[in-house]
Each structure stands twice: as C-alpha cells, then as structure tokens.
Design a protein around this ligand. Structure first.
Ligand code: NAI
Length: 268
C-alpha cells in the first residue's frame, strides 16, 4: 500500500480516530490536510479550522484547499448526547457536502472513505426511510427532511450513520470511470474521548457484550488506520460502494446471538 506523495484531506484530525489516522497516513508518506473545529495537537501538513455544522464554513474551507487531492476521509463525528440538529449536520450533512465538493476534484484513482459506525449497521431494516433521506439534496432540505422524522438524538446518531453508508454507496459510481472509489468504514467501539458517551447513550450492557465478543477490549484508534489506508490505496481498486466493518468481530454476537462463543481474552 503506497501512500507516498499522496495528499489526503481528513476531517476530525484533532482527536481520537482522526488523529490516529492522520499520524498513520503521514508515517506512510502522505501529506495530510486536516479539518477540525479545534487545532490538532500533532503537526499536519496543512490545517483549516472549520465548524462542520456551518455549510458556509465548509464551502469556504473547500474553496481554500488548492492543488491535487488524492483522497478525502470524513472522520469528524459527534455522539447522540448532543442536539439532534448537531448530530445530523456533523455526522451526515457535512460528510455529504464535503464529498459532493471534493469527489469531482479527486485525482484519477483517488478515493473517499467516510467513517460511519456499526451503530448504522441496521440500515437494511429501514432501507426505505434511509433511501428517502439520501434522495433529498441540499443542506436545508436535507436537514428539514431528517428532522421531520422526530428522532431522538440517540436515534439520530444511528440514522445519520445509516445515511452515510447509503449515501456513500449512492455516489460510489459517480467518478468510477476514472478509478475513483467511495466506501465507508464502520468502527465498533473505539477507545476515544466520545466512547464514554456511547456507553451512556447506547447502553453499557450492549457495549460490554460487544466488547466481550471482540476479546475483552474496545479498539485502539490506530486500529482504524489500517482499514482506512487500505481503502485509500490502489490495493482496493476493485472495492467500491461497500461498508467495511472494523469491530474485531463484535457484531457476531448480535448476528449469532446465543450461538457464537466470545473470543478468548486478546493477547495483543
Ligand atoms: P472524537 O470525539 O475523539 O473525535 C471527533 C473529532 O471530530 C474531534 O476532533 C472534534 O473536534 C471533531 N468535530 C466534532 N464536531 C465538529 C464540528 N462541528 N466541526 C469540526 N470538527 C468537529 O471521536 P472519535 O471516536 O475519534 O470519532 C471519530 C468518528 O468515528 C466519528 O464519526 C464517530 O461517530 C465514529 N465512531 C466512533 C466510535 C467510537 O467508539 N469512538 C465508534 C463508531 C464510530
């Protein structure tokens, strides 16, 4: 997987998964341009402060980024403890706006990787609803349509991630003719600052069960970097429009409830 000389735009670079992915891609030789509302602690090649709840700031940021771009990784996200509007804007509408703006600008054989979540794994069960969400174009119309369902913030988190998965599939064919791909990575629980909130909003019972199935711990942020680096690379040339679940096998406990044995405690 060569990333040498590549330029990648990453949102959410100042914490957790985003910081780990930025460090990993830089170590692989890439130039990382970060976007976040707070300054990153580690150095990146370029940084734009941007509040992703504000479409005008997103547009200004995208316009300010010049030169060839080989990949876009939308990582920024907020948990279901925040107001529904914030959850929808950051987790879905901003991902969509960034993708719409940068997808046509990506170099040939470039890639978009949008970070969803295993919390969005249920999209097949309400595909009609999620399809109706992604059918609505534009920030204001999309927001109005989403809010019209009256979801709680916790529900909105799950649905926002379902929408990211389906939206990414929807646009995966747009620039396919020149080798540009769009995929999602869905992490299970990851040891980052928002994880404690997930234990509150999603329930400690469920997350403990998932953690047990995965071998007794949640993922380290850097364990999300490999799957993302793979999807950005030419090694993934024939991988397009998919959701790559990176949860250490935790979801098996939901799919094969009562049948699957949890992993032994991890030795790594
Ligand atoms: P984090 O809280 O450590 O990092 C989130 C980053 O997004 C921060 O740098 C924050 O400043 C940025 N951000 C939040 N709101 C923003 C806004 N309005 N404008 C600009 N930047 C903003 O969280 P973590 O865990 O690194 O999350 C990364 C992604 O992974 C999110 O999309 C999250 O939903 C997803 N995820 C995380 C899981 C976990 O257990 N930590 C599990 C599954 C998915």
């Amino acid at each position: 997987m060569t990333h040498s000389g590549k330029t990648y735009v990453l949102t959410g670079v100042s914490s957790g998964v985003g910081a780990a992915v930025a460090a990993d891609l830089a170590a692989r030789g890439a130039r990382v341009i970060g976007i976040d509302r707070v300054e990153p602690k580690a150095a990146v090649a370029g940084f734009y402060r941007c509040d992703l709840t504000d479409p005008a700031q997103i547009d200004a940021t995208v316009a300010a980024i010049s030169g060839p771009i080989d990949g876009l990784v939308n990582i920024a996200g907020v948990p279901g403890s925040l107001p529904v509007e914030t959850v929808v804007k950051v987790n879905y509408l901003a991902v969509r706006r960034m993708t719409e703006a940068l997808l046509p600008r990506l170099s040939d054989f470039g890639a978009v990787v949008n970070v969803a979540s295993t919390a969005g794994a249920n999209w097949r069960a309400r595909a009609d609803l999620v399809r109706s969400l992604i059918a609505v174009e534009g920030w204001e119309a999309g927001l109005k349509h989403f809010l019209g369902f009256g979801f709680s913030s916790v529900q909105a988190y799950d649905v926002s991630k379902e929408a990211v998965i389906l939206y990414s599939m929807l646009v995966s064919s747009r620039e396919r003719h020149r080798g540009v791909r769009v995929n999602t990575v869905s992490p299970g629980a990851v040891q980052t600052p928002i994880l404690a909130t997930f234990y509150d909003t999603m329930g400690a019972d469920l997350l403990t069960r998932l953690r047990t199935q995965a071998g007794g711990r949640d993922a380290r942020p850097e364990e999300m970097a490999g799957p993302i680096a793979f999807l950005l690379s030419r090694d993934a040339q024939w991988v397009n429009g998919i959701d790559l679940i990176a949860d250490g096998g935790a979801e098996v406990s939901l799919t094969l409830e009562g049948l699957a044995c949890p992993a032994k405690t991890l030795a790594f």
